[in-house]
Write a protein that binds this ligand. Structure first.
Ligand SMILES: CC(C)(COP(=O)(O)OP(=O)(O)OC[C@H]1O[C@@H](n2cnc3c(N)ncnc32)[C@H](O)[C@@H]1OP(=O)(O)O)[C@@H](O)C(=O)NCCC(=O)NCCS
Length: 334
């Protein structure tokens, strides 16, 4: 896949340091070795040599930095960072000392301390357990209150007439279940940034709904149309220079003839390449339809909106998926 190859090449030129938190997982150890061999990033693997050799026998660990939170001289320093970040939430020094030894928390604290540039975990931990340390200590980027996720969608060979860029961004399909208007606006701003950084496209952001510019309404029931309208207003205020508009039905967002008819004068209607869905149901179903019926390839979920890059793997991930996620994380650290 050309885009993924480009991402790996760019990552290799950046030489970022990425922490992989799950040295107890065979796929993670194998991916660490592959990334190191291909020069995609410098890898810090949380675990110890004996364990890595046991779970992934024969794998060459040359060039990988292994750190065990149980014996590291950094653990006390990280416990202090954790205590400072969480004391207002009632965490005690003893609790911080204990939690800093947890591998995912240790990885997040390395990132917070600036000892690595990015964090990848989740091969053997749930999404909540993978992201919680980041949410608690790394927190969100300036101006953004919501961590979210997106998929980079790559058109099948032969392209798609509604997606001349050959690539699109779909959000949020994996983290925020029922975002409110402010959260939806945050998702839109973060997705535009991801579109530039990772997909290499100039973003044109569509705020999606079942209504186009007031054509439908659900005032009496779920109030989802007013929510998307309000999110559009907030996002425009947050980033006035961004090509962003809504609310649009999907056809009004991608088909020029429908866009002109239903949203005349809009710079985005008919030409969108970044799609913000009203909730996780729509987003998750939408990206899977594009994948299965449309033949699109999905890279992600890519996390966005953190102050520093953290990404969550699927528990069914392959070694190649881990390598790709590390490359994506390295680019987000640029
Ligand atoms: C993101 C998610 C994992 C967080 O879950 P959680 O750990 O239970 O989160 P909590 O509610 O305990 O919040 C922990 C902290 O993170 C913050 N937080 C939670 N979600 C956040 C978000 N999206 N953005 C920013 N901060 C967030 C909370 O405010 C809280 O901060 P505080 O402790 O400093 O007050 C949760 O939203 C989730 O499970 N989403 C759906 C994931 C899923 O099932 N996906 C399906 C995959 S297809």
């Amino acid at each position: 896949m050309a885009l993924l190859d480009d991402i790996k090449k760019k990552a290799a030129s950046l030489k970022k340091t990425i922490v992989l938190c799950e040295g107890e997982d065979k796929r993670v150890v194998e991916a660490a070795a592959q990334i190191t061999k291909e020069g995609i990033a410098n890898i810090v693997l949380i675990g110890n040599e004996e364990e890595a050799k046991r779970v992934a026998p024969g794998v060459d660990l040359t060039g990988i930095t292994l750190i065990d939170p149980l014996t590291s001289e950094k653990t006390a320093e990280y416990a202090n960072i954790l205590f400072e970040a969480r004391k207002a939430k009632g965490m005690t020094e003893e609790q911080a000392a204990q939690q800093a030894k947890d591998r995912t928390m240790f990885g997040a604290l390395m990132l917070k301390a600036g000892d690595v540039d990015g964090y990848v975990s989740g091969a053997c931990h749930s999404t909540a357990n993978t992201l919680r340390p980041g949410l608690q200590v790394v927190k969100t980027a300036p101006g953004i209150k919501t961590v979210s996720s997106c998929f980079i969608m790559i058109a099948p060979e032969g392209g798609n007439k509604y997606n001349p860029d050959g690539v699109a961004v779909f959000a949020d399909c994996a983290i925020n279940i029922e975002p409110d208007a402010q959260q939806l606006a945050d998702i839109a701003i973060s997705s535009a940034k991801t579109a530039k950084t990772l997909a290499g496209i100039e973003p044109r952001v569509a705020m999606l709904s079942f209504s186009t510019k007031g054509s439908g309404n659900d005032d009496k029931f779920f109030k989802s149309v007013p929510k998307v309208q309000e999110a559009t207003r907030i996002a425009k205020e947050m980033a006035p220079e961004l090509a962003l508009d809504g609310e649009f039905q999907f056809d009004a967002a991608v088909a020029p003839e429908v866009g002109e008819l239903k949203a005349p004068g809009s710079k985005v209607a008919g030409h969108a390449n970044v799609f913000v869905f009203p909730n996780i149901n729509a987003g998750n179903i939408g990206y899977k339809i594009a994948q299965r019926f449309g033949g699109y390839m999905a890279i992600g979920p890519v996390c966005q909106g953190f102050a520093k890059p953290l990404n969550d793997l699927s528990r069914g991930c392959s070694v190649d998926d881990i390598v790709a996620t590390v490359a994506v994380t390295a680019l987000q650290a640029e």
